[in-house]
Write a protein that binds this ligand. Structure first.
Ligand SMILES: CC(C)(COP(=O)(O)OP(=O)(O)OC[C@H]1O[C@@H](n2cnc3c(N)ncnc32)[C@H](O)[C@@H]1OP(=O)(O)O)[C@@H](O)C(=O)NCCC(=O)NCCS
Length: 187
């Protein structure tokens, strides 16, 4: 059963991922530039996109994941994804997002992440949303900043990515600081 609504922003429509999205996810997330600043593997193995989409659906059913395919309205072209990993006990969610390289630099990640943060606070009733990004990925930090997330710290050499220990920055936003208005429509 579909548990997630559709989130509508000025230019985007965020909906649940479908297995039919797998080839496009494979193509966009399989880009070296996307893998380089995430924990995604490169090359992106055949079949992984379908496994990932199925795992999101399981997480949504369990209630510990919210995940949205980001599509361009009105045509519906898939351009990326936003996910919240939910810790119900602590009413907090970890935000992650990616946008396919052809669509960078147009504010889409910010627009999509804001919508999901609004969803996390107003529908999922979260208290805190946080996110981490490689310190060498300022674009991601900027997206978080534009969403109202404040810098909370840097974990030195926290992640080993392709054999290199990487610094990671932590940013977060508390429910009381969000002013997002949310447009939700049924699936
Ligand atoms: C990071 C990412 C999501 C940004 O997507 P996007 O749609 O281009 O983001 P937006 O257009 O909403 O905002 C990007 C901001 O970063 C800024 N930016 C881009 N490159 C930058 C750089 N090298 N240094 C500083 N700021 C930078 C842009 O100028 C923009 O800020 P502005 O609106 O104040 O000008 C996208 O590049 C991506 O998916 N990268 C690969 C996956 C990834 O890193 N995901 C995040 C993991 S934590």
């Amino acid at each position: 059963m579909e548990k997630q609504p559709i989130l509508v922003t000025d230019r985007l429509l965020l909906r649940s991922f479908d297995l039919a999205d797998a080839p496009e996810v494979q193509r966009l997330a399989g880009d070296y530039a996307v893998a380089a600043t995430t924990l995604l593997p490169y090359p992106y193995p055949a079949g992984l996109a379908g496994i990932w989409i199925a795992s999101l659906r399981e997480g949504i059913d369990r209630g510990d994941v919210a995940a949205f395919a980001v599509t361009l309205a009105p045509a519906g072209r898939l351009i990326g994804g936003v996910r919240l990993q939910i810790d119900g006990e602590n009413a907090r969610g970890e935000l992650g997002f990616w946008v396919g390289r052809p669509f960078w630099g147009r504010g889409y990640a910010t627009e999509a992440a804001r919508a999901v943060i609004g969803y996390g606070f107003s529908v999922l009733n979260l208290h805190r949303i946080y996110a981490m990004h490689f310190s060498r990925n300022p674009a991601s930090g900027r997206v978080m900043e534009k969403c109202g997330m404040v810098h909370e710290g840097r974990f030195r050499e926290h992640v080993r990515k392709w054999g290199v220990f990487e610094d990671v920055d932590l940013r977060g936003i508390l429910r009381e600081y969000t002013t997002e208005t949310l447009r939700v429509t049924p699936p």
